[in-house]
Design a protein around this ligand. Structure first.
Ligand SMILES: Cc1cc2nc3c(=O)[nH]c(=O)nc-3n(C[C@H](O)[C@H](O)[C@H](O)COP(=O)(O)OP(=O)(O)OC[C@H]3O[C@@H](n4cnc5c(N)ncnc54)[C@H](O)[C@@H]3O)c2cc1C
Length: 397
């Protein structure tokens, strides 16, 4: 066997797991360096709510959920949601599609078992995993330095250090300064897939805190997402909000506040609602609950946001039901966000994620400045990037 090249994978989260799983052991001596005493702690955190490993929508429409458009297309098309499910099944993790169209491990399979199956498949290739190895920078001769005092000279280095939220998992974003010091363009982390602050009236929030707004659509800057949201003391969150991160954040960046418009009755057209209101002889609240079948929380929300005159104006009310403006004031704290944007500006990497200013070093996963809604899209992207880079390196060497 000819000499194998060495690959150091720094960080042991979702993208690293995928990369290591697909690197050819006949070509490469692979070592994962992880600061924690286990791999994939954020992967396990993701498993605490519903563990959405990917989404089942056709890949042709799935790619449109990622921003910036186009950046991840090759990775996603090269290793799509079907292939991810096939691979998971092959390593002993069958999956199913839930009613939300999200993809979960078969019932009874715990997140820790998913992680263990991937780890076993990596170890079965003879790859090495070194825990309690925190990467701290480079020596004067550009070797990788670790807090374990190891100094490593690898032929290829792939950084998989994650984004800037949920520091407790080990993904604390402290890597940014090391690359910025080398003259690379690192954008500040910004919370994504997160809650947004709303100054609810106190009498409303007392009644509404923790309540879901089901079957709604939210629009922001011309983007409309159907789904649900939850009213909280802090503001508003939920899948319909998360999917509008880019649009809400862009308003916050420009105006320090943003507007989202909630359609409380997406199943009915404006004219149908107008007709039902006009034809009813009931009082307004009864029209909403009986003729329009609006849930109590939605009626409370209308009452809280509209003036009394607006609420009682039967001609204008239909428009408010279809498009209720809510002002959002800020994103929640970075550390609480499900994901982050920012990190490496995309111009810092070539189309195989190699750092332009650091040949033979690559960065994948949430270290790069892309975004997608939660619900399987984030993990799919990390797995797809890992697969794409592994395929590229396997072919190149
Ligand atoms: C609450 C929550 C729920 C989520 N739910 C979902 C979901 O259901 N579906 C979905 O698609 N996505 C979900 N995500 C997002 C998903 O988990 C992440 O997008 C994904 O894990 C990112 O993978 P990554 O490889 O980029 O980095 P990470 O998984 O963050 O891994 C980075 C690794 O690098 C290690 N590291 C960091 N610094 C160093 C260092 N200096 N030296 C050595 N090691 C280091 C860290 O310890 C960590 O193990 C969720 C995230 C959160 C927080």
């Amino acid at each position: 066997m000819r000499d194998r090249k060495s690959i150091a994978i720094v960080g042991g989260g979702a993208s690293a797991l995928s990369l290591a799983s697909f690197l050819d052991e006949k070509l490469f001596e692979v070592t994962i360096y992880e600061r924690n005493k286990t791999l994939g702690r954020k992967f396990l955190v993701a498993g605490k709510g519903g563990f959405n490993l990917t989404h089942s929508e056709p890949i042709s429409s799935m790619v449109a959920k990622y921003s910036p458009q186009g950046f991840l297309d090759d990775a996603l098309l090269g290793f799509d949601n079907e292939q991810l499910r096939e691979w998971l099944a092959a390593i002993g993790i069958p999956t199913y599609i839930g009613s939300s169209k999200r993809v979960f491990p078969e019932k009874g399979i715990k997140p820790i078992e998913v992680l263990a199956a991937i780890r076993e498949s990596i170890l079965s290739k003879g790859h090495l995993i070194l825990y309690n190895n925190e990467w701290t920078g480079w020596t004067d001769t550009n070797k990788l330095m670790f807090d374990s005092e190891a100094e490593i000279e690898a032929d290829i280095t792939v950084f998989c250090l994650g984004g800037g939220s949920w520091k407790v998992t080990g993904s604390d974003g402290s890597w940014t300064k090391r690359f910025a010091n080398k003259g690379m363009n690192i954008k500040p982390f910004v919370p994504a897939n997160c809650a947004y602050k709303v100054n609810w009236k106190s009498d409303f929030i007392t009644k509404a805190s923790g309540k879901p707004l089901k079957n709604i659509a939210i629009e922001s800057l011309g983007h409309r997402v159907e789904g649900e949201a939850v009213i909280t003391e802090f503001g508003i969150e939920g899948n319909a909000v998360y999917a509008l991160t880019d649009q809400i954040q862009s308003q916050l960046d420009t105006h320090n506040k943003g507007i989202i418009s909630i359609d409380l009755k997406p199943m009915l057209s404006l004219s149908e609602i107008e007709k039902r209101i006009a034809h009813s002889t009931r009082k307004t609240t009864e029209i909403l609950s009986s003729d329009l079948k609006l849930e109590k929380i939605k009626i409370q929300l209308l009452k809280s946001i509209l003036t009394r005159d607006e609420f009682l104006d039967k001609r204008g009310l239909a428009k408010k039901i279809k498009s209720l403006s809510v002002e959002v004031l800020s994103a929640e704290a970075l550390d609480k966000a499900i994901s982050t944007t920012g990190g490496f500006a995309l111009e810092e990497v070539d189309d195989m994620y190699q750092l332009n200013k650091m040949p033979h070093s690559y960065a994948i996963g949430e270290m790069l400045d892309w975004n997608a809604p939660t619900g399987g899209y984030l993990l799919q992207a990390c797995f797809s990037m890992g697969h794409r880079l592994a395929t590229h390196l396997n072919e190149k060497f």
